[in-house]
Design a protein around this ligand. Sequence first.
Ligand code: USQ
Length: 402
Amino acid sequence: MRIFIAGMDGYLGWPLAVYLACKGHEVAGADIFMRRKWVKERGNHSATPIRSMRDRLGAFREVFGKSIAFHVGDLRQYEFVHHVLGDFRPDAIVHLAEQPSAPYSMIDIDHAMFTQTNNLVTTLNLLYAVYDLCPDCHLVKLGTMGEYGTPNVPIPEGFFTIEYRGKTDTLPFPKQAGSWYHLSKVHDSQNIAFACRSWGLRSTDLMQGPVYGIRTEETQADERLLTRFDFGEVFGTALNRFCAQAVIGFPLTPYGKGQQKRGFINLIDSMRCIELSILNPPDRAEYRVFNQFTEIFSMVDLAQAVKEAGEKMGISVQVAHVEVDPRVEAERHLYEADHQKLLDLGLQPHRMVDALEYILRDLTKYKDRIEAKKEHILPTIYWSKEKREAAAGLRLREVALR
Ligand code: USQ
């Protein structure tokens, strides 16, 4: 199949391009390297030393004898989107070209505005270009489990059937996202569903949970193919952060009570889910939703699992709750979310406990790079003024950074 990856330079985009190209698909992608810029803007870097796109593409050609087409450009510019899609005429587009960090979106008005305009404009451009050029093309969009929030009822895969005042209908499940970033994905979902209804486009919206891991089977072949690995407060996600903290002897940081639960997924399974979605497209005019995660854990569960894995390897791991959760979120809540549809398509999930040792081992190689930026681990971005005030003078900061 001809697959276009919007946002090919990111944590998921690059290994996905390599994975799909190795599976025999014709892959093209675009990026303007914003993720590199945002992480640099925060003064941080990837734990893994990532190569330039030119080096990555060259290494891929050298190792696998195949090519991936790449365009440098801004997907917020409609002319650019129209040009690259017109040229390539994809069967499927994987849309990863968004600002993915909740804390980044909560820094201030500029970052909130940037996140929502960037994410919504890029999605709208893709919808219009698909409608104009290749209306049969399947848009695989990366949404987030965070779109649903944490309701006190089970979470279905996108839709639920409800009886209200004697009538029954199947409707989108309510969205109660917890950051400007997560809300950008809610708005995207509405826009995509509308385009499917009104123009007959087809789309799969993947409600993905936090992804963890570094290596995929293909990127293991050569260090130049490694994807990025963020561990700071802004772009690092919970489990990846805990692993990075463990290897430098920094106490693991569940926020608040640490009873927040999320649905996690291994990077390898994330690639496979996207492939399964592409291989099994929806009908024209269909907007469907898959919940893309494999196991649910609380932050305390994660910290305990990393502690046990570390200790098996002779690394002593401390856990020190960050007293004031910087986010406005439920610190204890129900989290019963369905995740059957991708299993029905053939996903065979990896277990988190089996991956931890590899992640810790891999990260140990980049210990110095994590150590060099450890001041970026503890949270400094607060969801509200009340949170910021409550957190002033956190004891952990002094202890951990000593
Ligand atoms: N958390 C901690 N300690 C930490 C970091 C995070 O307790 O050191 C907690 C947070 O308070 C939150 C949970 O872990 O309750 C998840 O936080 P996260 O930073 O791992 O993930 P989140 O901000 O929700 O965003 C990440 C990705 C985003 C994706 C989302 C899926 O950055 O792109 O959409 O995971 S989900 O979490 O299901 O919404």
